[in-house]
Ligand binder design. Structure first.
Ligand code: SF4
Length: 477
């Protein structure tokens, strides 16, 4: 136990809200001296992650990202106080634009709030996790949602007016903790289930569930969807989607011109601001920075030794020891299942086409798409093998997030199949993506170093030797 109780004003959301109000006042362009001064004023846990973000290689984009998230937190809080609006807590496997199409609705994403708490607050998310454990919540639930929901359960934090459950059929660990909060804290919940059957029949059934879900939300928010407003939101989502694919292409260059931390920024943007001009601005900034790095040949290490696709999710408690550390050793974090969200363009020609597009986006959203499929391993293997080939990855890593029984139950098979289909080696780590006490950064670094030095680099050398041998053979040597 961390030894901290959760007291009024010390809930995760309230503390985050205080912090982002300070960040929103920071200049867009900080000098090295100003960064040094700022870091000195911060507590140790906050300092380490802010230091990672304010690295001069991507400082401007980090500040843009932090301010985008800051505006989102503040607006969510204000919407909850406004009697005409409704702030709805949504999970990270649910597109926020489904709520933005309501003028009066505002989505706050549970797992993004957890990640903010873990990466930005002194003591990370430990006291909220411990609080939930103290209530008897089993420790095999997912820390991604249990940390933020643990804070709500303390009764000392900001409470949303409703919550969306979008994990039934994909992840019980996620849906059960949301259900508990709904019952204990008397927050209405809106459930959207994904049928396990894929194909036309499954999608038709899901569209029916989705229409019912939207009409329930219309009743709760007190607003009928307006076609003009929907179009405005979904055209902004389309603009961000177009930039997403430009950005995706940039990952294919070697050495990769995209900073590792931009993977986190991609889903931070996708999960909070898709459908708002902020997301377009953020995606454009990442594309431009990566293009400039490509043109200038900038790369932070002597050479790129490993191009990794992360098969599921990463680790979010130590940006300096994870994203920056890898990049400075030539280990590229190409993407993971969340940043490979592959958003779809919306057909905005009619209200019906937009509703169908939103239903499709929910059905195909990362995590729901793989873990809610009729075969978890088959679609997961298919998706990841395609990305590995497409981006020219030479290895893959599975983070082994401790709560994730779905992925843990099939990873042996997935690892073998990916290796067979793509030829890349797969490292399986174990730890909790949001809790540093499970597997510390130093252990993760040791495992990665050993994998890159003893497997990835040697395999590359063997591959090069055999190419030379093949050439000699062709020349009759
Ligand atoms: S990471 Fe795994 S356990 Fe957590 S919400 Fe996703 S599928 Fe569920």
């Amino acid at each position: 136990m961390s030894g901290h109780a959760v007291r009024p004003g010390e809930g995760l959301f309230d503390r985050i809200s205080n912090l982002v109000r300070v960040i929103l006042r920071v200049k867009d362009d900080l000098s090295d001296e100003e960064v040094e001064g700022l870091l000195r004023a911060l507590p140790a846990d906050t300092r380490r992650n802010i230091e990672a973000l304010l690295n001069p290689r991507f400082r401007r984009e980090s500040i843009l990202f932090m301010k985008m998230i800051g505006r989102w937190v503040v607006e969510g809080e204000e919407a909850a106080r406004d009697p005409r609006r409704r702030t709805i807590l949504v999970p990270f496997n649910f597109p926020p634009e489904v709520i933005y199409v309501f003028r009066r609705g505002f989505p706050l994403t549970c797992e993004v709030l957890t990640t903010l708490g873990v990466s930005m607050l002194e003591g990370q998310g430990e006291r909220y996790w411990d609080y939930a454990m103290g209530l008897g919540v089993p420790d095999f639930l997912c820390s991604s949602s249990t940390i933020e929901l643990g804070s709500i359960l303390s009764g000392c934090d900001f409470k949303p007016q409703a919550l969306v459950q979008s994990a039934p059929g994909a992840c019980d660990a996620n849906s059960k903790i949301h259900e508990l909060v709904s019952h204990l804290m008397e927050v209405p919940q809106f459930i959207l289930e994904k049928p396990t059957e894929g194909g036309a029949r499954g999608k038709e059934l899901h569209r029916r569930y989705f229409r019912r879900f939207i009409s329930q939300l219309e009743g709760f928010i007190g607003e009928e969807l307006d076609e003009g407003h929907m179009r405005e939101v979904l055209e902004a989502a389309n603009a961000a989607t177009d930039l997403y694919y430009d950005f995706y292409e940039l990952h294919k260059a070697s050495p990769c011109p995209v900073p590792n931390i931009f993977s986190l920024f991609t889903y931070g943007t996708r999960f909070t601001s898709w459908g708002r001009p902020d997301a377009v601005e953020m995606m454009r900034a990442m594309v431009e920075r990566s293009r400039r790095r490509l043109e200038a040949g900038d790369y932070p290490a002597e050479r790129e030794v490993a191009r990794c696709v992360w098969l599921y999710i990463g680790y979010y408690f130590d940006f300096l020891g994870f994203f920056n550390w890898m990049e400075e050793r030539g280990i590229t974090y190409l993407n993971d299942v969340l940043s490979l969200c592959q958003p779809m363009r919306y057909d905005t020609s009619s209200k019906q086409s937009m509703l169908d597009g939103l239903a499709e986006a929910v059905f195909e959203y990362p995590m729901t798409r793989q873990m809610g499929a009729d075969s978890m391993s088959a679609l997961w293997v298919e998706d990841m093998s395609r990305f590995i080939r497409d981006m020219g990855a030479n290895c893959a890593v599975y983070s082994g997030h401790h709560a994730c029984k779905q992925t843990q139950s099939v990873i042996g098979q997935v690892r073998g199949e990916i290796n067979r289909l793509t030829g890349v080696p797969v490292l399986c780590l174990s730890g909790d993506s949001w809790i540093r006490r499970m597997t510390p950064t130093s252990v993760l670094q040791e495992e990665l170093t050993s994998f890159v030095d003893h497997v990835v680099s040697k395999k590359g050398k063997r591959g090069r030797r055999s190419e030379q041998e093949k050439t000699r053979q062709r020349q009759g040597g």
